[in-house]
Each structure stands twice: as C-alpha cells, then as structure tokens.
Write a protein that binds this ligand. Structure first.
Ligand SMILES: Cc1cc2nc3c(=O)[nH]c(=O)nc-3n(C[C@H](O)[C@H](O)[C@H](O)COP(=O)(O)O)c2cc1C
Length: 302
C-alpha cells in the first residue's frame, strides 16, 4: 500500500517539478477559437509548458483555471481517434466546474477524455452535490445503465439484492407517479395544518421538479428478498456513479409516503415497495457544499 502511495506521490511531484521549471505559455486564451475548427471555442486558458515535449511533439498541454491557488490536482488524458494520438493535459488552478467544462470540451467527435485526480477520491467524493436544476439535455441510456450497474454492485445482507429500479421513461409514467404521490402528499400537508395555498405551492414545485428532470428512477425494495433497508451504501453508489459520469441529481423521499398508490398506478409487482425517486441530469450550476457535522460529533470510540 505504502509503495503504491509513494509511486502516486512521485508521479505528481515530478509533474510539479516540470511546471516549476517551465514557463507556461497560453497561446489559446479563454474565448479564442481553435485555429482549424473555428466552432471550437476554448472555455478556459489553454497553452503549454515551454521547453517540454509531449506525444504530439509539442509542449505538454495545460489548462489554466481561474483559481488563485495554482494547484495541480488533476490531469486529463485524451485519445484522439482521428489523429491517432494520446496526450496528457495538466489542469492547473481549475475549480470543479472548470474541470467538468474541460472534460466536456475534450469529449468531442473523435476524441475521448478522462480526468485523473491527484487524491484519487476524497476531493472527488466531496465535490458531489445534490443538484436540483438540470440542463435541458437528455441523459443517454447507456449512462443510466452504467449508473444502475454500479448501484447494483452495492453489498446487501446475504447478497439478497433487494433493490428494484423503475426507470420512468415516458411522460405518461411520470404523470401517473405525480398524481399518485400528489394525492397523498396533499392529504399529509392538510393534516399538518398547512394553508391550502402553501400546500399547492409545494405540490407544484415537486411536480415541476419531477417533470423537468432529464431522467427519473424510482427506487423500490423487494422485502421478500430478505431483510432490507433503503441503505445509504446503495444510495451513495448510485449518486457517485452519476457523479463519475458527469451527471448529478438528488434523492426525493416522497415515494416512501404513498407506496401502494404508486405501485398501483405504475402497475408494479406487489412485492416492489417504492422508497425513493432519484432525479438525474446534467447539472445547471453547482451548489455550494452543504456543511457536514464535525467528526467528533458523529464518531464515538468505545
Ligand atoms: C435519504 C435521503 C432523502 C432525501 N430526500 C430529499 C427530498 O425529499 N428532497 C430533496 O430536495 N432532497 C432530498 N435529499 C437530499 C439532501 O437534502 C442532501 O443530500 C443534503 O442536504 C446534503 O446535501 P448534498 O447532497 O449536496 O451534500 C435526501 C437525501 C437523502 C440521503
């Protein structure tokens, strides 16, 4: 383990040394266009390290972000099937949003790209957010399947795998879900003593969120598969799988409160118990992190 850590640290330190010894030349500033493909507009300052050599014979490519800390914590690896070329790009001083932008920019027609993060996980994990506003861009089915496949690798008691996923593909199925949940939700809000007007506002907000999200997955549990709980492990697996492919979303617990109505309206098997609705899409903005309790409040050594 230690050997692996040293190896990883050595790699990043070597890159830092190269950066410190080289002059950064920004020859394609943010907003400028690609010299051969004018439709490509550089979303960030792009340049190279003078005096270095990369696979295409030019200097090592650098994306330079807007952060004042000029930290190198991520590299982008690209494969260009048109040029038959593979490259490493250094991302210096880039925010999470900027990294995402560079990744999107670099995944174009003939090119495929992936980000490699220095800390391997923690910062990446911490950069996940519950996102409730999405770009009007469909989520490809293969990404959805990739997310569900990852979620299905979560551990379960006796490997009972009690999760069931209902992907709400048609507007009709979302409408049925909204109607089924809405009736119960309205009743609950009334019995909570919420004024009708406020209750309607909340219902409308939920309705709007569910209809406008590019993808919606109803998570069900099948208790006949053994003891089961809506466990955070699986929920996190799903969130993180979405995060890993550039999507984001949030968990709505509303289905917990009207399981039979939902089961009936979507004609689900009797032993599928709806527990959550997960809305997914490409994020439109990135919320500020929600604070977490300090560890000493949530950990006890016994
Ligand atoms: C079990 C569970 C239920 C949740 N239910 C809702 C919900 O009904 N509506 C909603 O907007 N967010 C819901 N959330 C999202 C939380 O509000 C969010 O995870 C929390 O505020 C922390 O923010 P973060 O995910 O951006 O770190 C739920 C999260 C979990 C884990």
């Amino acid at each position: 383990m230690m050997e692996r850590e040293n190896e990883v640290q050595g790699f990043w330190e070597a890159l830092e040394l190269l950066i410190s010894e080289s002059e950064l030349v920004i020859d394609r500033p943010r907003g400028s266009t690609h010299p051969h493909y004018p439709v490509l507009v550089y979303p960030l300052d792009y340049g190279y390290l003078k005096g270095t050599i990369s696979m295409d014979g030019g200097g090592i490519d650098v994306w330079s972000g807007t952060l004042t800390t000029r930290k190198l914590d991520t590299v982008l690896l690209t494969v260009d099937l048109f040029k038959h070329d593979a490259e490493i790009n250094l991302l210096i001083g880039c925010s999470d949003q900027e990294k995402r932008t560079v990744l999107d920019f670099s995944n174009n027609q003939s090119m495929r790209a992936t980000l490699i993060r220095r800390d391997g996980g923690l910062a990446w994990l911490q950069s996940r957010r519950s996102v409730r506003h999405f770009l009007p861009k469909p989520v490809p089915d293969d990404l959805l399947y990739q997310i569900l496949e990852t979620a299905a690798w979560a551990p379960s008691a006796h490997n009972s795998q009690p999760w069931r996923f209902v992907v709400l593909k048609s507007p009709g199925s979302r409408r049925k879900l909204i109607d089924a949940m809405g009736a119960e939700y309205r009743k609950d809000l009334r019995s909570d003593g919420l004024p009708d007007e406020e209750a309607e506002q909340r219902l409308n907000r939920s309705r709007e969120r569910i209809t406008s999200a590019p993808a919606a997955i109803l998570l069900c549990l099948d208790p006949s598969r053994g003891d089961s709980y809506p466990d955070p492990v699986r929920q996190n697996a799903e969130y993180l799988a979405a995060h890993a492919v550039g999507l984001a979303g949030f968990w709505m617990c509303a289905p917990l409160f009207s399981p039979s109505a939902i089961r009936h309206s979507l004609d689900l098997p009797g032993d599928w118990h709806p527990v959550a609705l997960i809305l997914l899409g490409y994020p439109d903005g990135w919320p500020e992190p929600r604070p977490r309790l300090p560890l000493n409040e949530v950990v006890r050594l016994v």
